[in-house]
Design a protein around this ligand. Sequence first.
Ligand code: HEM
Ligand code: HEM
Length: 415
Amino acid sequence: MPGQNTFQSYGSVAKTFHWLTALLIFSAFPLGYFANELAHQIQSPGFDGSQAVIERATLLFSLHKTIGVAVFFTALLRILWALSQPKPGLLHPDRKAEALAAEMVHWLLYGSLVAVPLSGWIHHAATTGFAPIWWPFGQSLPFVPKSDAVAGVFGGVHWVLVWTLAGALGLHIAGALKHHVIDRDATLRRMLPGHASLPQPPAQSHSLLPLLAALLVWAGVLGGGAALGLIGGKQAVETGTAAPVVAAEPGAGAASGWIVQSGTLGITVTQMGGAVTGSFGEWSAVINFEEPAAPGPAGDVEVTVAIPSLQLGTVTQQAMGADYFDSAAFPAALFKAEIEKLAEGYQATGTLTIKDQTVPVTLPFDLALEGDSAKMTGGLTLNRLDFGIGKSLPDESSLGFAVDVAVELEAKRAE
Ligand code: HEM
Ligand code: HEM
């Protein structure tokens, strides 16, 4: 049957898999390369915040990842098929070194077809804030935590494996062309469509040596990559996770009221349809609060937030730019409000100043009071346009208008 391999030639199924994979890889490669170049440009200090460049990078990354995931599944099917098939014999098994090199490269290519996309995919799944894979099956992977460290390691592994694949591919193509042009034998023809008359390969035995050689190459490049700091030390450029996590240090003192012991101030935005959550590492609150017997005024609060302490996945650095928080010109945000006890729960009503915009806001919250300790949880939704954030993105396709703010803190009554 022409679909099946024979000892003489590849069948049509193997040929289709071979050329389909080649097409996908030759697409994924330049897309990854140019997306990465754009990501570097976006993160360089001189970047002007151009939306067109950011959108192009996101588009190239999404295309790259989607095609890469297609490589992964095509490779699995291809390998299953190859396992069920006889392997065409080498036409010159007597040329030992050449045969070893050819078979080692085939192992490197088969391994790369799985390992290259998988490493990219793990890198992607470990990050928040990303150009999505265009498919409906989610962006996470089981057992892969959201972690900058994991993303950094697999970004490096992806890079090392990608360039190993490139090297193997260079040898593979050079070998195929040598057979065709110099040896003038049927090696390339039997991988091409059609059924030209093909010679019978001589009888030959198989050895494990090519596989061992391929494993050695991988051990060498992964070990070398780790020693050179390419793996682990390499920064994940797409995620822009350069800044170390700032230790949360809320609650720097209180007037006559309460001192914040611990807390988080988080925000969630919708980027390219996916939720991206981040938080401010540095903020302080001055809280005066006296629980009234009945609903009514209960005190006041003033919160100052250090804008540059925001960590927001991919867009951390972008968020600081002039069109967004403009942290260079406006390094702090200020929330000033009167606290009121309601029939149920509490609210803080006042103003929030971000950049040069002061907007009235109300923060509803719950409070659990126990002696001199209090636990507060609350949240509100802001509209980024009210504060002139992302004015160059006047619709919601790449960045939603709503910004969910979540506050949690524990405070103790001052002595
Ligand atoms: C990304 C691109 C490519 C990948 C991943 C790839 C991978 C492979 C693999 C794994 C095999 C071994 C098949 C087996 O024996 O089970 C193979 C065979 C072959 N490939 Fe490619 N290949 C690629 C591109 C190319 C190109 C561009 C050429 C031609 C210029 C080519 C020519 C061949 C030939 C002639 C064979 C048969 C070798 C033989 O009969 O011993 N390949 N390829
Ligand atoms: C056969 C499949 C793939 C090939 C050939 C490939 C190739 C590449 C190349 C050439 C680069 C640029 C490396 C550099 O110059 O620094 C790159 C980067 C990248 N690739 Fe892939 N890739 C593949 C699959 C994937 C998949 C499936 C994903 C995710 C789902 C992915 C995610 C990434 C990411 C996020 C980067 C940027 C790395 C960083 O931030 O350090 N890749 N890839």
